[in-house]
Design a protein around this ligand. Structure first.
Ligand code: GLA
Length: 376
């Protein structure tokens, strides 16, 4: 990003502007610094990496492509700052066809919609079937594969990402205006606030698809990570990972994470590994803790808070070691990292018994996810 653009950029957002080091413009707002560096080109659009750093050295990086989290650097119990999310050293990495949504914003509908179709107001909508006969993560060109505008709200230590999904995109009705705010706090939390409005009724289910390994790949698998999930029920799925419609108790099953246990303890009893939606114990719209992930070697702990009704725990079952341009030349193989995606339930448009994902004109979709980092 040329210095003149950054000057204009900083003038537009009305924040103090300083040069942290020669040629690397940065903005300082309170205790958070924001650095903007070029990250490549997507068609005729410049892709930048926007890096927020707090006074503890915690960093989150976000790129315009897919609104993806490109880095998340947090301390271990000895104060070592290390990157705990998967990603790539260049935009070419993110553009790989087999990129499994690393760090990306997901939509219009996160997770699956069975038979790539749903009915709404007496009309059937056909979607792209990009996962067997089903639609996954918004279709062939979901929100993970589009350009997101990024601005810095006046005096804020956040990044505001915006995207307009036109009526009919990937088969969905309505022009959908989406805003996602990434905020890094002084207390080492990453807040993700989603908002959306549509001029026609449409299903919507947005999430973030960051993959975590709290050991920063000192162990190239997450099987010894300890997980707690604030849930007594889960939604079982068929062999295509489409919900059966049941909501079953976790009690007495490997899905029971009410008490902390290692991910590897019972994973062999779950066909293919964990890749399920847990129903959070809460009122509709209530912000609660959904999961706590802890890795003993590093002492890193990550709490996940949300006001969404569910959380998808995915143990990286489809990672296959084939990705290029990886950070630190890492081989991301099966169970090398995991996802904790706050969300509505998969396939809700075809399950009236699940909380509704319909957004109607005049309503506002809202969803908050907070990843809080600490050590013990
Ligand atoms: C979600 C799904 C998984 C997988 C990943 C992306 O986590 O639940 O089945 O498709 O996305 O690879």
């Amino acid at each position: 990003m040329k210095i003149a653009n950054v000057l204009l950029f900083s003038f537009c957002v009305g924040v103090l502007f300083s040069c942290k080091e020669e040629g690397k413009p940065s903005l300082s707002i309170g205790s958070i610094s924001i650095e903007v560096t070029p990250f490549g080109h997507f068609g005729n659009q410049i892709i930048n990496e926007y890096i927020l750093t707090n006074q503890n050295g915690v960093q989150v990086g976000v790129i315009n492509y897919g609104g993806a989290i490109s880095r998340l650097i947090v301390p271990d119990k000895d104060g070592n700052l290390e990157d705990i999310v998967t990603g790539f050293t260049s935009l070419d990495g993110f553009l790989q066809t087999n990129n499994p949504y690393f760090g990306a914003l997901i939509g219009r509908y996160a997770n699956r919609i069975g038979n790539a179709s749903f009915s709404l107001n007496g009309r059937e909508y056909r979607l792209e079937s990009n996962d067997n006969a089903n639609s996954l993560h918004g279709g062939r060109k979901g929100f993970d594969k589009v350009y997101w505008d990024v601005t810095i709200p006046v005096g804020d230590s956040s990044l505001l990402l915006t995207y307009t999904s036109p009526d009919g995109e990937e088969g969905y009705p309505g022009n959908l205006q989406v805003e996602v705010m990434y905020t890094l706090t002084a207390s080492n939390a990453l807040k993700i606030k989603y908002k959306a409005m549509s001029d026609q009724s449409t299903p919507i289910n947005l999430t973030s698809h960051a993959y975590f390994n709290l050991s920063a790949w000192k162990e190239n698998n997450i099987l010894s990570h300890e997980l707690t999930i604030n849930s007594r029920f889960y939604t079982p799925v068929n062999q295509y990972l489409i919900p059966t419609g049941e909501i079953l108790p976790v009690d007495g099953t490997p899905m029971d994470f009410r008490q902390s246990k290692s991910i590897g303890k019972e994973i062999s009893q779950v066909e293919g590994g964990f890749d399920h939606n847990w129903v959070l114990d809460k009122e509709i719209g209530e912000l609660v803790w959904a999961a706590i992930l802890y890795e003993k070697g590093s002492g890193r702990q990550m709490e996940v808070w949300t006001d969404a009704p569910g959380i998808q725990f995915y143990s990286g079952n489809f990672l296959d070691g084939t990705l290029n341009y990886t950070k630190n030349n890492l081989t991301y193989h099966k169970h090398s990292a995991l996802c904790l995606e706050t969300q509505h339930f998969p396939d809700s448009p075809n399950h009236p018994e699940f909380p509704s994902t319909l957004l109607h004109p005049g309503q506002e979709y809202r969803h908050t996810c907070i990843y809080k980092f600490s050590t013990r």
